[in-house]
Design a protein around this ligand. Structure first.
Ligand code: 5GP
Ligand code: MG
Length: 479
């Protein structure tokens, strides 16, 4: 999931659109933008526009729709596919109107105690329309405002109720608010468009590059940044409120392994060089007698580059990607074996025949991707196929928003390294060790490794919380 916020730009929605476009890799299920124009004169009605849709950013926002999203303030969101079928209802930002307040919320992360909080709000009369955590935040915020809080205090009150991972953008009548959870699990940074009073908030810095904005800093763990302007023409001010003490950072290490774009800087790490260092480290841990190294594109590319440099092997690209593979294509006939795998990636048989190749990728989850690739390489005549992975075995589901399946489906839960090697059909297999992964990070103690070691920095109270955090559907309460 990714967030974008634009404050004080004449074409805020267009800026948000490009910011989401740059972050499309963080979610392809749905996209949404809410924009608004503050009243220029007293008594003038606020103008608020929103548009949400299923699919990719450019498909959801054709130009004529984008032109209708007026205003100088906007927030946007792309949703990452989670368990269950896509639903337009769950697209974000979530917008709610309540007694003169118009509130939009976009969330990146996952909450552990969403179900019990929802039930509590429902008993107070709240009616929920979606299954999103954003809507829960909106209800908690409205509830606090009803008790007399101003928007920033109400957002802080809501944040104090929830447990889990959250980077949050809130657009109120006048303010835009950015929040991070006390451990800073998900990224969120602030930038400013050079020589202007336009502020940009984004999950990843690659969005700033496209918008020609300079990063100022990250929103700190447990911090809330309130951006506001006194009327449409005034310069915005930024106020920092530490709404919770941070016991220390627990950034998601999978952002560096897989999620983030390599041209981003995430948690103070340059993702590109970080992935190359993982490759160099893997070459130290598990060198290989082979003719070349090849990535599984795109996720394995920079890791493979580092491995090739570290191992002193030629770097090759003899698996060719079709860049036009859409989300839906006409289903092949029964006879077209492994169509799904080949349509995306096809090996260059002439090069591969007779060679000993090392393939490299970021992770093994179920093992399906690499199993398919390995058999294609064998069919193409590879003499040996070795595999290097830039992360330790994934043994625990993520409770903070990465869509790993249940423990039953994680191959490393049931099989040893040797059994996985055999199942995939490899000559050798090596996962970067957890120690090796930590060794290449500037501040290894600042990261969450729960998917590898099961040490959840925000532990679930029970199975139900763990299931809810993984996006499994919330059933209706019985009473
Ligand atoms: P497997 O095929 O083993 O189940 O999954 C591993 C593949 O999924 C790797 O190629 C990796 O790049 C990709 N992958 C890892 N994490 C994620 C994720 O969170 N979402 C998606 N869509 N793919 C992922
Ligand atoms: Mg991949």
């Amino acid at each position: 999931m990714s967030l974008i916020g634009i404050y004080n730009h004449p074409k805020a929605a267009k800026m948000a659109y490009f910011g989401l476009y740059a972050q499309q890799h963080r979610g392809q299920q749905s996209a949404g933008i809410v924009s608004r124009r503050p009243p220029k004169r007293e008594g003038e009605v606020l103008q608020i526009c929103e548009h949400l849709g299923l699919g990719l950013v450019p498909d959801v926002f054709p130009e004529e729709i984008l032109n209708r999203l007026r205003g100088s303030r906007a927030i946007g969101h792309v949703l990452y596919s989670r368990s269950g079928s896509p639903s337009l209802r769950d697209a974000e930002p979530f917008r709610i109107q309540h007694r003169g307040i118009d509130l939009s919320v976009a969330h990146n992360g996952a909450l552990l105690n969403a179900k019990s909080l929802r039930l509590r709000m429902e008993k107070l009369g709240a009616i929920f329309h979606t299954a999103t955590d954003s809507e829960l935040f909106a209800h908690l915020i409205i509830d606090a405002m009803e008790k007399g809080d101003k928007l920033p205090e109400a957002v802080a009150a809501a944040c104090k109720e929830v447990r889990g991972a959250f980077s949050l953008l809130v657009l109120g009548n006048d303010q835009m608010i950015a929040v991070r959870d006390p451990l800073g699990i998900k990224p969120l940074s602030i930038a400013r468009v050079e020589k202007t009073d336009t502020w940009v908030l984004a999950s990843e810095t690659c969005a700033f590059d496209l918008l020609e904005a300079q990063k100022v800093r990250s929103v700190r763990p447990g911090e809330m940044v309130v951006i506001e302007a006194d009327g449409a023409l005034a310069s915005p001010t930024l106020t920092s409120i530490q709404w919770a003490d941070s016991p220390g950072c627990k950034h998601c290490v999978f952002e560096l392994v897989y999620f983030a774009r390599p041209d981003s800087v995430v948690f103070g790490e340059e993702v590109y060089s970080c992935r190359k260092r993982m490759g160099i480290q893997a070459a130290r841990e598990a060198p290989c007698e082979a003719d070349c190294v090849m990535p599984l594109p795109d996720s394995g590319v920079y890791f493979a580059l580092g491995y090739a440099q570290g191992a002193g092997l030629p770097y090759e690209h003899a698996m060719i990607r079709n860049h036009y593979v859409g989300r839906t294509f006409i289903q092949p006939t029964q006879e077209m074996r492994s169509f799904d795998v080949r349509i995306k990636l096809n090996p260059v048989s002439g090069f591969i025949r007779g060679r000993r190749v090392v393939i490299a990728d970021d992770s093994i989850v179920r093992g399906t991707t690499v199993r398919g690739r390995t058999s294609h390489l064998r069919e193409a005549g590879a003499r040996e196929v070795h595999f290097r992975v830039s992360s330790p075995p994934v043994k625990f589901p993520c409770l903070y928003g990465v869509d790993f399946p249940s423990r039953e489906e994680l191959i490393a839960v049931h099989k040893t390294n040797e059994e996985i090697r055999e199942y995939i059909g490899l000559d050798s297999l090596h996962h970067l060790t957890l120690e090796g992964l930590k060794a290449i990070l500037e501040k290894p103690e600042d990261f969450c490794y729960a998917c590898f070691d099961g040490n959840y920095p925000v532990p679930p109270n029970d199975e139900e919380e763990a299931a809810a955090a993984r996006g499994l559907r919330i059933e209706q309460p019985e009473d």
